[in-house]
Ligand binder design. Structure first.
Ligand SMILES: C[S@@+](CC[C@H](N)C(=O)[O-])C[C@H]1O[C@@H](n2cnc3c(N)ncnc32)[C@H](O)[C@@H]1O
Length: 382
């Protein structure tokens, strides 16, 4: 596909998304209907669509309309390109610009790309950093790997990745975290990944897992285990711990046995946890407001009712797991959100209902100081 044909296709896909189709579904439908497109085209389309969703309102302001076409005109202007050179109407290029599109003047100050209804809560939670973090959410997120010490040292993992042409950078924040700097698309086929030397995991949850109290022999319950990212990180950190994984959705746990085998980890799936344990991890369902770089569609789809529903679910999960923490044990409450209602307010409500817990550690990470937005409250049961 020519660059102009890609812009035309991205505009069509974005129109579907603006009409309510989830981004992944709209991209999949386009791929299925466009057998002529190669993997390079599909990747480029994805980048165009996700890039436009991250900066939806500012690109619409630059392009003159909140439509797929407006967003793509805005995208070209943001890149310093003249959209008239792409919107030519020739071959598969989009139709030429109208007089209104040609003469459109963008406002002096561009929108911050936050949903209007959410801005007060965002600012309230993030204070002086709110605008900078909103801007960070409009950038593409880096890909982070977690080195699995059961399989390799960081140096060995770096060498194995290099065999596949994958380049990485270390961070002083965590010895076992590596940021991919080149050839991330080669990861899935690399020996380093297939043999479990590295796992995909954002930096912030890696830091959170590294901060948890964990000793050999400890019983640990990952109550909202999903794909098992936190279980695997904890099993890798302390192979002598007894890891148990639970999730309300059995389907979500289906990948865990294969991932654990690849990582050399032993994790027991439990349907109905009842025994008290030393550490409960509650990585609860949340708005994902800290991960909007990766899933920008969610930023615009979230409603106040959704948020309220999530806050209620989180409180129910916390109430359920409170009884599973042994005296002297810990409860690690985690979200990939930066919003107060899901984080500090949620914890405050929990402490009122369960005064046997006290907070011993609290961390709110953001792209300004770590990876995705991520919250950890570690509470001790006295
Ligand atoms: C943020 S995701 C967990 C991600 C996972 N910990 C990881 O690192 O890959 C939240 C998970 O909570 C699960 N969940 C939702 N309601 C739940 C409940 N009432 N009890 C247990 N798990 C629940 C969801 O199925 C989902 O897998």
């Amino acid at each position: 596909m020519t660059p102009a044909a890609r812009i035309a296709a991205a505009a069509d896909i974005l129109d579907r998304i603006l009409d309510g189709t989830p981004a992944e579904a709209a991209l999949l439908r386009w791929s299925r209907a466009s057998r002529f497109a190669g993997s390079g085209d599909r990747a480029a389309l994805r980048d165009l669509v996700f890039g436009a969703l991250r900066r939806r309102d500012s690109l619409a302001a630059l392009g003159g309309a909140l439509t797929g076409r407006g967003l793509m005109i805005g995208h070209l202007r943001a890149e310093g390109l003249d959209p008239a050179t792409v919107f030519t109407g020739q071959a598969h290029a989009p139709a030429p610009l109208s007089d209104a599109e040609l003469s459109h003047e963008a406002p002096a100050t561009l929108p911050d790309d936050l949903p209007d209804w959410l801005r007060p809560a965002w600012t309230n939670a993030l204070g002086d950093d709110a605008a900078q973090i909103a801007r960070a959410m409009t950038e593409r997120a880096p890909v982070w790997l977690r080195v699995n010490p059961v399989r390799a040292t960081p140096d060995q993992a770096i060498d194995a990745l290099a065999e596949a042409g994958i380049e990485v950078a270390r961070t002083e924040l965590l010895a076992t975290a590596l940021r991919i700097t080149a050839n991330e698309r080669k990861l899935a086929q690399s020996r380093a990944y297939k043999d479990g030397l590295v796992e995909l995991q954002d930096l912030s949850p890696q830091i959170a897992c590294a901060l948890l109290p964990l000793n050999s022999g400890d019983k640990v319950l990952d109550f909202c285990a999903g794909g098992g990212g936190k279980s695997l990180a904890l099993a890798a950190r302390e192979p002598g711990a007894q890891l148990m994984a639970h999730d309300a959705s059995a389907a979500r746990l289906s990948d865990l046995p294969a991932r654990a085998a690849r990582a050399g980890a032993s994790i027991r799936v439990v349907d109905d946890p009842r025994d008290k344990v030393d550490l409960v991890v509650a990585d609860v369902p949340c708005s994902g407001s800290g991960t909007w770089r990766r899933g920008p569609d969610a930023k615009w789809r979230l409603t106040a009712d959704d948020l309220q529903g999530l806050v209620e679910t989180q409180a129910r999960i916390l109430d359920r797991v409170a009884g599973l923490v042994a005296p002297g044990g810990h409860l690690a409450y985690m979200t990939c959100s930066v919003l107060g209602a899901e984080n500090d307010d949620q914890v405050a409500g929990f402490l009122q209902r369960h005064p046997q817990f006290t907070v011993v550690m609290r961390r709110l990470m953001t792209p300004l100081d770590a990876g995705d937005g991520f919250f950890l409250a570690l509470m001790k049961c006295v």
